[in-house]
Ligand binder design. Structure first.
Ligand code: SF4
Length: 244
């Protein structure tokens, strides 16, 4: 990977599009660990964050990143509507993986008081609810960072079916180390590292987000079918809105 840029050039952000193109080409067949290690090398730990929901598959990416460097900052969006099991799972994984810098980010109280005083926005306007509880907090949380890592997979289909390994997020870089992995690869990471499952998996939740917008799935359904069930909505917006 001799053509990869040096840290100074990444942080100068002279040509984000060109940089993304180079990194995506160089990392197209790389392993998740190689992608995380490269992101760390070219961006630097102080400028790189992992964004994790601490959901049903999150431990795999957190394990990979912790093996590279457990001090990489991890941003966790605590929307105020999460299951208690997810908050407990966050704490379990922090202890299990030795994560040293997990930042639980909450929506601004003044925004909630103004835009969602009755906590019914998830029902009346879920896009607006996701905007104030996820997208805006993420934009704030990512302000100090030059690049972020997330756990989306192509096998999840829909808008995720064609994600690149590295993409442009405004002036920021976005790394998708699991773009190429299969469900079996994820299961293998869990098995090999003996990672604890999310507590709600045993009761039929294949994918876990906020309480009002998450339901169980049957064995034949897509894993994300229980998210915003009955609505056209399939994404919360953090991956479809530029963070810078
Ligand atoms: S997933 Fe549901 S409850 Fe959570 S922020 Fe979005 S609309 Fe609101």
């Amino acid at each position: 990977m001799t053509s990869l840029p040096e840290p100074a050039s990444v942080n100068a952000a002279v040509d984000v599009a060109g940089l993304v193109q180079t990194l995506d080409r160089e990392l197209s067949a790389a392993s998740p660990a190689e992608i995380v290690a490269t992101a760390l090398r070219v961006v630097g730990r102080d400028r790189l964050a992992v964004v994790s929901s601490f959901g049903t598959e999150s431990a795999a990416l957190l394990k990979v990143t912790a093996d590279v460097d457990p001090a990489i900052p991890v941003v966790f969006l605590d929307t105020g509507w999460l299951f208690a099991e997810t908050l407990a799972y966050r704490d379990t994984l922090i202890a299990t993986l030795g994560l040293r810098d997990v930042r639980s980010i909450q929506p601004l109280q003044e925004t909630l008081a103004r835009a969602d005083p009755d906590r019914e926005l998830w029902l009346t306007d879920p896009d607006a609810c996701c905007r104030i509880r996820k997208v805006e907090p993420l934009v704030r949380a990512l302000a100090p960072f030059r690049a972020w890592i997330n756990g989306r997979k192509r096998f999840q289909g829909a808008a995720r079916a064609a994600i690149p390994v590295v993409e442009e997020d405004g002036a920021r870089l976005k790394f998708n180390p699991f773009a190429n992995v299969s469900r079996a690869d994820i299961e293998a990471i869990y098995a090999l590292a003996k990672l604890p499952p999310h507590p709600l998996v045993a009761s039929g939740f294949a994918s876990v987000g906020c309480m009002p917008c998450t339901s169980r799935t049957t064995g034949t359904e897509d894993s994300r079918a229980g998210r915003w069930r009955g609505r056209a909505k399939t994404e919360c917006g953090i991956h479809t809105t530029k963070t810078s």
